[in-house]
Design a protein around this ligand. Structure first.
Ligand code: GDP
Length: 313
């Protein structure tokens, strides 16, 4: 059901979403291919290119090692290196991510959005809610970020503008109680999709992680584990720091994938590759602007072909 809904034609028109990253890489790849240089220069240049694209040190090193290994017994030029780079990135990004949204029409789903404050979590909740609502699913939003001032109001304002019911408590109230009320309301209204916004206090605070575990336990009383999807919001603009934050969340709660927000604002889309390699998580959605419609399902083939498409490989 959801598989069709998140089909390529829905993301096609959003191709410009990471144009800054595409332009950045296109420029760097062209420069790389024009240069000749001896072999050490070649690998240094490639490494520098990956680092500046925010692929990160660890992942860049691994990519280089793999490409060297693949080419070691062959005569090769710089174009061959880029071909191998493209293949390797494609392999790394291949995840069965669409499974997350495959379900029968009768079953229901809870999406728990986690991530630090400012990562775009609340906006991303509204975007996903709108996506489902537009497909005639009965959606309910649980505004369980009771810590950040105005977070509940922000969520309710989104709900009002989208015509989606929001259950929320007062600032400082118990987020577990909000989630409990939301699950009860979802049962009563027969909502098929519940999306929970959670608090995003700094990841080093253990009470935040305890709170997330508690929320997860409450949801588990109502739903089977396969009906609960945890999505981590990561701000693409903050690059490698986001990986550290993500690791902290992953220690407390199992995540199914990433909502990579603010890709429109950065040229450093290489973070997608680091997320796949270092967190072993698929990017499920991309945030491509501040509007509720600025969302795309991540499609690795489309991503790679957009990046390398202009080069004759
Ligand atoms: P939260 O604290 O994690 O809930 O973050 P918010 O949802 O309040 O978002 C923080 C800021 O980022 C707001 O100004 C949003 O409009 C903005 N924002 C969220 N997602 C995106 C995105 O995909 N692109 C851009 N350009 N801005 C975004």
């Amino acid at each position: 059901m959801f598989k069709n809904f998140f089909s390529k034609q829905n993301v096609g028109e959003n191709q410009v979403f990471f144009s800054k990253s595409v332009d950045f890489l296109k420029d760097r790849l062209s420069r790389f291919l024009i240069e000749s240089g001896d072999s050490e220069d070649t690998w240094d240049e490639l490494f520098e290119m990956l680092i500046s694209w925010d692929v990160g040190f660890v992942t860049s090193e691994r990519l280089l090692e793999t490409i060297k290994e693949r080419l070691k017994s062959k005569q090769f030029n710089r174009l061959d290196i880029i071909k191998e780079l493209k293949n390797e990135i494609q392999d790394l990004l291949f995840f069965e991510n669409k499974i997350v949204f495959e379900r029968s029409q009768d079953s229901s789903m809870v999406i728990l959005m986690v991530g630090i404050n400012g990562s775009g979590k609340t906006t991303s909740v509204a975007k996903i809610a709108n996506l489902f609502s537009n497909q005639n699913y009965k959606v309910l939003i649980s505004a369980a970020d009771t810590f950040r001032a105005a977070a509940v109001d922000q969520m309710k304002a989104w709900g009002d503008s989208l015509g989606i019911e929001v259950i929320g408590g007062n600032q400082g109230s118990d987020s577990g109680a909000v989630v409990f009320d939301s699950m009860e309301a979802a049962n009563a209204r027969k909502s098929s999709v519940v999306i929970v916004d959670t608090s995003g206090r700094l990841h080093t605070k253990t009470n935040l992680m305890d709170e997330l575990k508690k929320i997860y336990r409450i949801i588990s009383r109502y739903k089977k584990s396969e009906e609960v999807k945890v999505i981590l919001t990561i701000d693409a603009g903050i690059g490698q720091n986001s990986l550290l934050q993500a690791s902290s969340f992953l220690q407390s709660i199992p995540c199914d994938g990433v909502f990579l927000s603010k890709l429109d604002g950065t040229s450093k889309g290489g973070i997608v590759i680091a997320i796949a390699q270092e967190l072993n998580l698929p990017v499920l959605f991309m945030g491509t602007g501040e509007d509720v419609s600025d969302i795309s399902q991540f499609d690795s083939e489309l991503f790679v072909s957009s990046l390398f498409g202009e080069i004759e490989l």
